[in-house]
Design a protein. Structure first.
Length: 473
């Protein structure tokens, strides 16, 4: 291994957010960069996950606006948009989804080419901590020597025995975009972020949705108050949520009358539908990469172990993204990749700080969080003061006919330093940003309270929450 001053050859295995963002940083710092890409630049985030699902959700948002606009004086025939004047052509929606995903992937390819990054389409595996062997899709085998290697191979949907997807009626979230018609009755197995997002979207698009949750509530990993708001909304919009109901098998049904699915639950009961979406977690793509043989330690569940600057246990080998199992978000993958290259190439670097990472659940309403959680506060992990303001009291929310949601802010007693927050609202993914800035830069509630907000605006509730947390000494 050469010293940092002469470290120039970087090989990246995987072209997702962790891979292509690290490639851009390495190229900027003067390295000779090669990306070995198997599935398409952008990875699952661009091709089968984030970009496609949020594009689908964008259409669902329009349907929800139409459905819930009666208070504003908008009149639509029928009880909900689907049976009335407003409906969805899922074939057109999915064509748009795939077209936008492909365009985004091509944009990434053009950017990498412009920055002088070499992209090889094929399969890469480590042959020790300083060599990557590539089998290209053209049938050529090439060995690439590297001063630094980054593994960013992502993860794939977990498949449950007895509920194997067939791509037609039993689906993973990567397969739903091949549907030409809206499922008449969609059973979603799994109430985590992915399951909740798709359940929310298809319910808005007009499907009859049943959400099967093995836990006692939806979104068990999110703020409990936020999850309750969402579950209440689901119920009001006609979705059936089956709590504490573990699915043990899914099978196809074929007959003269219908072609569909039957989901069998652990208590022996069954749920019938036209389609089933399995959203039961992910499996890291670490098989066949030569990781263990090259000195890279994996966790018991197969994820790559990394430290806060993305180093693995093998010298010169880094990892980023879903393959590490650390907050499986595209934004975190990208930051892990950048940090890896800053560290590997001797640039200034700060370790990954998960306390400042904001995340969002793209349901309707959205749920955005950053920093300290309610569970940490309740468990005494950190001493905080908290305020929760219902969205229904916000003037702009009243004008828009919004009543579901809230703004929650956490600060340290005494200093008033903001350490976390939760927003449940339309476009919560945008509203969380000022709270993220406050957490990142250790702003106080008084600093937020003294900043101007537009009137009327939903962001005004953030400033109001800060004002209510003010304590005079």
């Amino acid at each position: 291994m050469r010293d940092d001053a002469s470290m120039t050859r970087v090989v990246i295995v995987g072209g997702g957010p962790g891979g292509y963002e690290s490639a851009l940083v390495a190229a900027q710092l003067g390295a000779e960069v090669t990306v070995v890409d198997r599935d398409g630049l952008g990875g699952s985030a661009v091709l089968t996950d984030c970009v496609p699902s949020k594009t689908l959700i964008a259409t669902a948002e329009i349907m929800t606006l139409a459905a819930d606009s009666g208070e504003l004086g908008v009149r639509i025939a029928g009880d909900r948009p689907a049976p009335g004047l407003v409906s969805v052509d899922l074939g057109v929606v999915n064509d748009r989804v795939k077209r936008l995903a492909s365009a985004q992937s091509l944009d990434i390819a053009a950017r990498l080419e412009h920055e002088g990054v070499r992209v090889i389409r094929g399969l890469g595996r480590l042959d020790g901590p300083s060599t990557v062997v590539v089998e290209t899709f053209d049938g050529i085998t090439e060995s690439l020597l590297a001063d630094a290697i980054l593994v960013s191979t992502g993860a794939r949907p977990r498949v449950v025995e007895g509920a194997e997807p067939d791509g037609e009626r039993i689906l993973t979230w990567e397969q739903v975009y091949d549907l030409d018609e809206l499922p008449s009755r969609l059973i979603v197995v799994g109430s985590g972020v992915t399951g909740a997002e798709f359940a929310s979207a298809y319910n808005a698009l007009g499907s009859d949705v049943v959400l099967v949750s093995s836990r006692d509530r939806v979104l068990p990993g999110e703020d409990a108050d936020a999850a309750q708001v969402l579950e209440d909304v689901f119920g009001r919009r006609g979705m059936q949520v089956l709590g504490r109901s573990r699915a043990v098998s899914v099978r196809r049904t074929r007959g003269n009358a219908a072609d569909g699915v039957v989901v069998t639950l652990a208590d022996g009961s069954t749920v019938e539908g036209s389609h089933c979406l399995m959203a039961v977690g992910s499996i890291p793509n670490t098989e066949g990469l030569g990781l263990v043989e090259s000195g890279v330690t994996l966790t018991r569940t197969g994820y790559v172990e990394v430290d806060k600057v993305s180093r693995t246990s093998a010298r010169g080998v880094y990892a980023a993204g879903d393959v590490t199992g650390i907050l499986m978000l595209a934004s975190v993958a990208a930051m892990q990749g950048r940090i890896a290259m800053w560290h590997a190439l001797g640039d200034a670097v700060s370790p990954l700080d998960l306390a400042t990472v904001s995340s969002n659940v793209f349901t309707d309403p959205e749920i955005a969080t950053v920093g300290v959680s309610q569970a940490q506060a309740d468990d005494g992990v950190i001493d905080v003061t908290m305020i929760k303001l219902p969205l229904a009291t916000n003037a702009r929310a009243k004008m828009q006919g919004l009543s579901d949601g809230f703004v929650k802010l956490f600060c340290r007693p005494g200093t008033g330093i903001v350490v976390g927050g939760v927003v449940v609202a339309p476009r919560a993914s945008e509203l969380i940003f000022p709270i993220t800035l406050a957490v990142e830069h250790r702003l106080t509630v008084d600093q937020i309270a003294s900043s101007f907000t537009v009137y009327p605006s939903l962001s005004g509730s953030i400033a109001e929450a800060a004002r209510q947390l003010h304590t005079r000494t």
